[in-house]
Write a protein that binds this ligand. Structure first.
Ligand SMILES: *Cc1c(COP(=O)(O)O)cnc(C)c1O
Length: 367
């Protein structure tokens, strides 16, 4: 069998998910476990979304609306763009893959930062493409060096902004410079999964560049601030041609009907988005203060997670935190130079308190 599998697939490294809560409870015989590992929202879906899903569940004997008419109309109105510029996916992950499948031929190249979102290398290599991963500079995307990597084979550049796992952003002026004199055949992907959490006024909104008619695609998701990670729904705003291509390549019912109504109801509740964004800010400040008190270095973040340098072996810290019932991400998975880091999702006030208490204890134990 093995010889039947395409080498492009065989050579991929499988995605390693954050450890599930139930698994940790079982394995370590713990009653309470908190997960701060996957940048999910710690809060339930919006009440409007829960209500909408309750009402829609009775209809799931039918296939979903393949065009997601109501949701697309609402998104088009929200962004003041045409429905023809909107693609929906089973999470923005799926859409990223569909764009790669639509654009990349064997030997084509993409460019991304490293560390950045782990999906970019996977979807590039899967298509027989090559990804040029450019080291971050001061924990931020190094746009100048990324630009130098462009050659006639380059098809996609992934700008993860804010960048996962660092939480840092690139600024408007930097992106303006970057976009100047780019070859027209290169698609710039603005992956803005954490857009709604950003507080920095110098953040470049990918939509501004889309509206200027540039060759950009803006990816956003209902998985983070909208608390719908388990529903799987994300969207991209991009050229009509690319939306058409993605629609041909996708599975006809890629976005299920419950996800469609949940997203629609959530989109209408922008007050709740603002409320949760400021709650995240408050909780971020709390964590900054406590980490400062402990003399621990961290990378200031524009998202709902913080990359922390403990100056200790991250796997030891990870395992010790697990025993305290706290799941985080080890820095090791982000590549060399990050072995002493952990990435922590900002949780509820109680979760953050529990995390800080556990961390304080663990740092005394781990050499
Ligand atoms: C979480 C995340 C996403 C969202 O993925 P979904 O498939 O929409 O859940 C996209 N990009 C980045 C960088 C992320 O961290």
């Amino acid at each position: 069998m093995s010889s039947l599998i395409r080498p492009e697939i065989k050579n991929l490294t499988p995605y390693v998910p954050g450890k599930p809560i139930d698994e940790v409870k079982r394995e370590l015989n713990l009653k309470t476990v908190i997960k701060l590992a996957s940048n999910e929202s710690p809060y339930p879906p919006f009440p409007q979304a829960i209500e909408a899903v309750k009402n829609a569940i009775i209809g799931v004997n039918r296939y979903p609306d393949t065009d997601a008419f109501y949701l697309k109309r609402a998104l088009a109105e929200f962004y003041n763009v045409s429905e023809k510029n909107i693609a929906l996916g089973n999470g923005s992950n799926e859409l990223l893959r569909l764009v790669a499948q639509s654009l990349l031929e064997p030997g084509d190249e993409t460019i991304a930062g490293i560390p950045s979102f782990v999906v970019y290398p996977t979807i590039t290599k899967m298509m027989g493409g090559k990804i040029k991963e450019v080291n971050l500079k001061d924990y931020r995307l190094d746009l100048e060096t990324m630009k130098k990597e462009i050659n006639p084979k380059t098809k996609i550049i992934f700008l993860c902004n804010p960048n996962n796992p660092t939480g840092t952003i690139v600024y408007r002026e930097e992106v303006n410079d970057f976009l100047q004199d780019l070859p027209e055949e290169v698609l710039i992907v603005f992956d803005e999964a954490y857009f709604e959490y950003v507080e920095d006024a110098n953040f470049p909104n990918g939509m501004d560049y889309f509206r200027e008619g540039r060759n950009v695609a803006v990816f956003r998701t209902f998985s983070k601030i909208y608390s719908l990670a388990g529903c799987r729904i994300g969207y991209a705003i991009m050229s009509e041609e690319l939306v058409e291509a993605v629609n041909k390549a996708r599975e006809p019912f890629n976005v299920n009907s419950l996800a469609q109504v949940a997203a629609l109801a959530s989109l209408k509740a922008q007050d709740e988005v603002k409320r949760r964004s400021s709650l995240n800010l408050q909780n971020k400040k709390y964590l900054y203060e406590k980490l400062d008190d402990l003399g621990i270095k961290y990378i200031p973040s524009q998202a709902n997670f913080i990359l922390i340098d403990l100056k200790k072996d991250c796997n030891q810290v990870f395992n010790a935190l697990l025993k305290e019932g706290v799941i985080v991400r080890t820095g090791e998975i982000f590549g060399s130079g990050y072995e002493t880091f952990i990435r922590v999702t900002i949780g509820t006030r109680e979760e953050n308190k529990k995390f800080i208490e556990a961390l304080e204890k663990v740092l005394k134990e781990v050499e």
